[in-house]
Design a binder for this molecule. Sequence first.
Ligand SMILES: Cc1ncc(COP(=O)(O)O)c(C=O)c1O
Length: 431
Amino acid sequence: MGDHDLYDNTYYNTTGLMPMTTPDTIDTNDGTRRPARKEDFPLLVNIPIAYLDSAASTQKPATVIDGMKRFYETSYANVHRGIYDLAQQATAQYEDARGKMARFLGASTTEIVFTRSTTAGINMIARSIVRGLQPGDEMLVTAMEHHSNFVPWQQLAMQHGLVFKVVNITPDDTLDMDDLRAKITAKTKVIAVAHVSNVLGTINPIAEITRLAHERGAIVVVDGAQAVGHIPVDVKALDVDVYACSGHKMYGPEGIGVLYAKHDLLARLEPSEWGGEMVGEVTIEKSTWNELPYKFEPGTPDITQGVGLGIAVDYLVGIGMTVVRAHEEEIMMYALSRIKEISGIHVLGPADIALRSGAIAFVMDGVHPHDIAQVLSDAGVAVRAGSHCAHPLHCAKGLSASTRASIGIYTTRDDIDRFIAALRKAAELFR
Ligand SMILES: Cc1ncc(COP(=O)(O)O)c(C=O)c1O
């Protein structure tokens, strides 16, 4: 069986995403069996680690690593400037990556702004958006936001006299939609919400939120950092106004992110960062702006990172996002069922697997998350402990920290077994 066969849809039933078998290992040509997808990721081949920190950053497939090296070795030059062949070739590859990202998200290329990261994209667009708001206008964020989609709005609200409201979460760790409905008013201009929570794993009902927001004339800014690369995302179907994500969380390099925004919104907004390339004409009196999306891309972009992101998109498209989701759902189900074997563990996030993706955060009675992470590390299992840049969420749940295991396309049942064995050891050691 070839490695692509492993992720063939025949492993999944046709009515949904429920896996029918557990393709954890594959037969290779030399007759050995290897963990699924791990062989695509040099680090995971070189380092025998159970890598359960994909929510922090995913590992990179060889195609991305090699493709970036090849670009530096054969095609590198600054983009959008030179007329010599090499510069034209570099520009073509960089713009090709934009096209891939646009198709991947269901957007047009003029709506795809390359940024440095989710954080950079949200900060930039937030500054542009609030320039058009009046004191007393309101913005809603949720209690489950990563600080990247919380603090920029909070700080801008303070600077501009805006009202900053926070939507609660329910006891079963979903967004409290009644609270959201109660807090939207005619003055609400922006709703900022994560597509997937980086702690709870909750998949938020973005299309429904967008519908409610648009009824009130508000725009919706979605933090997609934990969604893109894990679940299929179609920005047009969701009808979101803005959607931000990071390359390094979707098997691409760090230093590149994507900010999708509807064409009309981008056309209407004033840029909040200035410099080379984003201008049309500059005189002593005034400046005009370049066409979209370059109006929002000042300075030399992260060229090779952009090309690497395009290759990461190729990698995901080659597998198919429905298949990626099915694999992760299967691994999540397995992990959640095994974790129940250990007494005194409380898993955060919704019980319904259909409502969650990627992150499995938990607390263990009587054991500090950092102690758990240390024991796991000693056993070669990489997880994260702390508040995961989500202080308001931990505060709402009465916690100071949690331990988080997070998965990706390369995660196997074997990784989960190692995780569970190390968790048992932590429970024995500390309780
Ligand atoms: C939900 C969410 N939003 C935003 C971010 C920030 O991403 P970046 O550090 O790539 O800007 C993260 C990173 O963990 C995240 O999980």
